[in-house]
Design a protein around this ligand. Sequence first.
Ligand code: HEM
Ligand code: ISQ
Length: 154
Amino acid sequence: MVFTEQQEALVKESWEIMKQNIPELSLQFFTTILEIAPAAKGLFSFLKDTDEVPQNNPKLKAHAVKVFKMTCEAAVQLREKGAVDLPESTLKYLGAVHVKKGVIDPHFEVVKEALLRTIKDGVGEKWSEELCGAWSEAYDQLATAIKTEMKEEA
Ligand code: HEM
Ligand code: ISQ
């Protein structure tokens, strides 16, 4: 499937909006992940020993932002090149980190669902089927690249 300029624009525009509220965005992202999959808490070093998702943990914020940013970048690559195109070293690192932390394939669906719900709340009335589809496609392709690398790694 071709990733269109319009899809790229939808992803970029919505990320520009969400970027203005990183503290809330990151808190909601993690809270939603734990709502869907409480056991995922044990995977993240900065959540392991706390009862609630910490409100102002810089590490937590940085991590949440990375996932959004990388998905946004994946959208740009999909439109430009028709495929997610990460440097080999980045891909290797991502594969290794996730294998080491015990991440498994079904976790990717959990993170996807949480990502989409967080975007939906973040963009309010700008939410649409097209927006949802564009983020989904970019995330799926990025997730596939990471999952493939994780299998090489294992
Ligand atoms: C670490 C991105 C999916 C769990 C990381 C890091 C990045 C990243 C960039 C390294 C952070 C750093 O060292 O600074 C992504 C992207 C994903 C994805 C782009 C999907 C497209 C997942 C999934 C899970 C997961 C599905 C499982 C719920 C983790 C954990 C770490 C990690 C536990 C280590 C965090 C820690 O320091 O404790 N991820 N990830 N990731 N990721 Fe992911
Ligand atoms: C996956 N990998 C790294 C960081 C993350 C932050 C929030 C949700 C999922 C993540």
